[in-house]
Ligand binder design. Structure first.
Ligand code: ATP
Ligand code: MG
Length: 377
């Protein structure tokens, strides 16, 4: 079991609202890691009972800048030395070190510099390590408070941003591809609570498709408590599209119908924006003309956090957050059946509006939407 110090990121910028953001971060961590204890300290959180194998997941939970393995001491030099010994024991290959001390408790008998000198000398003599102020193997931080002093080692980068759920709700269109799970995660790191909606085609591989979507939702639920997945059986609408819409327009009409249905489900669930994994120019549906026509199907705010991100960077993030392996599992997305040899890339709204009049509005209005709450852990 490890104890950690977690340093906040953009919560710093929140002035008198900081407590609300802190609370959200602590609530999220408590749900995602039910066995940990958390306490707020100055500018950071003290977290107890973390398993070493949980660190990777923890570092990806949105809302804090970094974490470090930490020990707690009383605010006395003797107790600080004991805690430093424990920190030293937990760190491996160390040859050089430095001490960085700070005091929020100004009545502590030694100044920060005096603490650094005394503890530095203690470590140098006891362990035979060399002091290196720059690029040391181990930076021993000592943060002296009134009652408790925290000793922590090197800091490790975390996801940063804002705690998920601190900025309201959005609805993300989740496909089985690489991009949309990354878009979801990006929105989580900006403080949005993300609900998911997937449009499901009935094919011979329906079960594989749903398994993949459920697996992606499960992975995303490592980073946000209370993920909700809305599944929309799309086979009947798809049949109409194939019967009534010329091949080169099918993708655009399909995407517009996705947006119309997502708009309704989003409003019913108090989501203020629709999120997609669109990246400008990546596929035919992502030209400026086509996106304009597709996004016009709903008046909700649209967010495409990957719009200016290159594929390579999207893939890197997918690998980091653990969705890549699932995303590249082969299966037929309902959209792959729509890919025309020569799809329209410069759609015009008035023309598409005319073309889609042939689709029976009732089947769009009455389509079934099934909610699956995704449990954390
Ligand atoms: P991805 O890798 O996320 O599938 P992509 O590059 O394959 O994206 P498209 O297939 O054109 O791009 O899809 C663009 C966006 O439309 C997706 O990122 C996703 O937000 C949404 N989308 C596509 N298919 C579906 C679907 N079946 N259900 C829900 N949303 C979808
Ligand atoms: Mg796709």
């Amino acid at each position: 079991m490890l104890n950690l110090i977690i340093h906040i990121d953009e919560i710093f910028l929140k002035g008198s609202n900081q407590p609300i953001f802190y609370k959200r971060l602590m609530d999220n961590l408590r749900v995602l890691f039910p066995k940990i204890n958390i306490k707020r300290t100055e500018g950071s959180l003290w977290v107890e009972n973390v398993l070493p194998e949980q660190l990777e997941q923890l570092a990806l939970v949105p809302g804090f800048a970094n974490y470090a393995i930490a020990f707690k001491a009383d605010s006395s030099i003797e107790s600080i030395k004991q805690a430093v010994d424990e920190l030293v024991k937990s760190e491996g290959n160390t040859k050089t070190f430095r001490i960085s001390a700070e005091r929020s408790y100004k009545k502590f008998p030694s100044s920060s510099l005096e603490i650094e000198k005394e503890i530095g000398e203690y470590v140098r003599v006891k362990y035979g390590w060399k002091v290196a102020l720059n690029n040391s193997d181990l930076n021993v931080h000592i943060s002296v408070g009134k009652d408790d002093t925290y000793i922590f080692g090197n800091t490790h980068n975390a996801a940063g941003g804002l705690p998920t759920g601190s900025c309201g709700k959005v609805m993300a269109l989740l496909s089985g591809g690489i991009d949309s799970p990354v878009a979801v995660y990006k929105m989580m790191t900006r403080g949005a609570n993300v609900d998911l909606i997937h449009f499901q085609n009935q094919t011979t591989v329906t079960e594989e498709v749903s398994a993949k979507i459920f697996d992606l939702a499960k992975i995303l639920s490592r980073y946000q408590p209370g993920v909700q997945l809305f599944m929309v059986p799309f086979a009947e609408i798809q049949k109409q599209i194939i019967m009534k819409i010329p091949a080169q327009y099918r993708m655009i009409v399909t995407r517009r119908i996705f947006n119309k249905i997502a708009d309704r489900v989003a409003r019913e669930n108090k989501c203020l924006a629709l999120v997609t994994g669109d990246s400008l120019g990546q596929v035919a549906s992502q030209t400026l003309e086509n996106m304009s026509v597709i996004y016009a199907a709903s008046s909700l705010l649209k967010m495409s956090p990957l719009i200016g991100t290159n594929k390579k960077d999207i893939i890197d993030t997918a690998r980091t957050i653990g969705t890549l392996a699932t995303s590249i599992r082969p299966y037929e997305d309902c959209c792959s059946l729509f890919v025309a040899k020569h799809p329209e890339t410069k759609a015009k709204l008035d023309r598409i509006l005319k073309i889609e009049e042939s689709i029976d509005q009732k089947i769009i209005d009455n389509v079934e939407v099934i909610l699956y709450p995704i449990s954390t852990n």
